[in-house]
Design a protein around this ligand. Structure first.
Ligand SMILES: Cc1cc2nc3c(=O)[nH]c(=O)nc-3n(C[C@H](O)[C@H](O)[C@H](O)COP(=O)(O)OP(=O)(O)OC[C@H]3O[C@@H](n4cnc5c(N)ncnc54)[C@H](O)[C@@H]3O)c2cc1C
Length: 539
């Protein structure tokens, strides 16, 4: 049976961004949180390194701002960077207040801070090498016991609902339709304010470090509802992810290369020295590009990361988790080279928002990896992303709470219309299109781009979208179909953005335009043909 749920605020996504917002709002609002799987799904749980914040007396806001601007290759919005960094200390204090157990210095109450690539100071607060899990489990514990927060697990939001007053063309967001995977029905979630906290879109690529949830649902839903999307061409790739048919998304930490591991071709030859004088210690994007080049040149599946020349004792002491995980797949890293490929890791672009997380559509906000705040520019600096989740969730919470009393209650929305669809007997179409999309995105719109490859991708995405649209209008929705439709939209947005950028900057590298332009511009896409079928005109 289709049901209607009413809340003050509907948050779609239960990662660091969504849960921080829920907790920050719960005093003033009745909140619903949707998660498309269990509450702990999302990239947050897997974050390893930590959260960047100005916490050390030797460090300064100016230094953190300057480092972020350098990493972003001239495309960061300085006001957004400053806004985020200035709030970093209070964001961490808030997490500590929630109960997050960050690692301390030995025999001291001071928190231990590490330094990562691009940061000029020690400013990464962490919880051993599993910061995301520590943050996420603490927030989950808090929301689960909060009387004003209702969590709906295994509910996949599929479309936003928009309404306009009679005689007005001005739309506002009033809820979302969501498929409950348990009863297979699409329910109506109505709210005065809706927040997208759905994470990134790295699953659009064949290889990714992200969990399955990262299918860009929020970006696709916002686009369909009429919101602008920016800088989708900037996809960060991690150079080394374990390549094994059964190993999903396992990162080979960069510390392996830091401790002397070599990158080798299938015949055992080292190749990094011919790409950069720093060899394996070159920055992430250079190593990822070199691996991509060699894989495409040789037509091989992967390259190898080899630390077997170090003693077994050293390897066991420094890399216990990597060693144990590889052993599960029959790879003994004290003797064997590890098969690796680069993997899509972070989506720098997203839904255009202001410093309060407000999108172009009234009463719709976006926070966390799904949003485009201007913080990351053309390349995200390590550990700035969790910070962005907390800071913007808190500013959005303040803004939403201050307006809520004046937002009109939504009109009753109609049930999801399933009268013209049937059960699919051709699910192979979904799995086939899914594989095809992720593979051509990898081959043609990956780490190194050319005009010709992007044209090929444009051609393929048009065909796929036509087929998916036909399928969507004839068959009942399923979780896989919803994700496939969204991945196709996100793929189109990435391809279009990459076509528009006629230069190489940060994470976007084009063989046809290898130089960086003198003027830095965002790629902003404006939707022209949005979801008329979900618009309800209230009397
Ligand atoms: C392996 C790894 C290591 C990382 N390490 C770091 C690090 O050390 N420091 C750092 O700052 N960043 C790190 N990052 C990046 C960082 O973890 C993410 O950017 C951040 O966690 C994103 O949080 P989020 O709340 O925006 O989204 P997520 O945590 O991804 O959560 C998204 C949520 O949205 C839900 N959702 C999605 N679509 C729908 C839908 N249609 N309906 C309902 N629910 C939906 C999902 O179920 C999930 O609950 C890392 C990322 C990865 C993958």
């Amino acid at each position: 049976m289709n049901r209607h749920f009413d809340h003050d605020v509907l948050i779609i996504g239960s990662g660091a961004a969504g849960l921080t917002l829920a907790l920050s709002l719960a005093k003033s609002a009745k909140v619903a949180v949707l998660s498309k799987s269990a509450v702990n799904t999302g990239s947050t749980w897997f974050a390893q390194g930590g959260i960047a914040a100005v916490l050390d007396d030797e460090d300064s806001i100016e230094a953190h701002v300057a480092d972020t601007l350098v990493a972003g290759s001239g495309l960061c919005h300085e006001d957004a960077v400053r806004f985020t960094v200035e709030r970093s200390k209070s964001a961490i204090k808030w997490l500590i207040h929630q109960g997050v157990d960050f690692t301390r210095e030995q025999n001291s109450d001071d928190y231990h801070l590490t330094q990562e690539g691009g940061h000029s100071h020690r400013r990464i607060i962490h919880s051993a090498d599993a910061t995301g899990k520590a943050v996420h489990s603490t927030l989950i514990e808090q929301v689960q016991h909060h009387p004003s927060i209702e969590i709906f697990e295994h509910h996949v939001a599929l479309n936003l609902i928009t309404q306009a007053d009679a005689g007005s063309r001005k739309l506002r967001c009033t809820g979302a339709y969501a498929l409950n995977r348990a009863d297979d029905h699409v329910h109506v979630f109505q709210a005065k304010t809706v927040v997208l906290a759905t994470g990134g879109a790295s699953k659009v690529y064949l290889y990714t470090s992200n969990p399955d949830s990262a299918s860009g649902d929020g970006i696709a839903m916002a686009w369909r509802a009429g919101c602008r999307v920016a800088n989708m061409e900037f996809n960060q790739f991690h150079p080394t992810c374990l390549y094994h048919p059964k190993a999903k998304s396992f990162l080979m930490t960069e510390a392996l290369r830091g401790e002397g591991a070599y990158l080798r071709l299938p015949d055992g030859t080292r190749f990094m020295p011919k790409f950069d004088e720093r060899a394996e210690l070159a920055p992430r994007d250079i190593v990822a590009r070199a691996i991509d080049h060699e894989i495409k040149r040789l037509g091989c599946d992967c390259v190898y990361l080899d630390i077997s020349h170090k003693s077994p004792e050293f390897i066991t002491e420094h890399f216990p988790t990597v060693k144990a995980r590889c052993l599960e797949f029959g790879i003994d890293i004290t003797r064997d080279p590890i098969p690796v490929v680069p993997a899509a890791h972070y989506t720098c672009g997203g839904i255009v928002v202001d410093n309060n997380g407000q999108t172009d559509l009234e009463n719709l906000y976006a926070i966390g990896e799904t949003s485009f705040t201007g913080l990351h520019g053309a390349n995200r600096m390590a550990s700035n992303s969790l910070l962005e989740c907390i800071v913007y969730a808190q500013s959005a919470a303040e803004h939403i709470a201050s307006r809520l009393a004046n937002v009109p209650a939504p009109q009753v929305s109609p049930n999801w219309d399933e009268s013209r669809v049937t059960n699919s007997d051709e699910d192979v179409v979904i799995s086939h299109n899914w594989d095809e999309l992720r593979r051509f995105m990898w081959d043609y719109v990956g780490i190194v781009r050319t005009h010709k490859r992007l044209e090929r991708a444009t051609h393929r995405i048009k065909l796929l979208q036509k087929e998916i649209a036909e399928y969507y209008s004839n068959y009942k929705v399923s979780g896989d179909l919803i994700e496939l439709r969204n991945l196709a939209t996100v793929a189109e947005l990435i391809i279009r953005s990459a076509m528009e950028r006629k230069e190489s900057r940060g994470l976007h590298y084009s063989l046809d335009h290898p130089d960086m332009s003198a003027i830095a511009r965002d790629t902003i896409l404006v939707p022209t043909n949005f979801a008329a079928q979900d618009i309800i005109v209230s009397a």
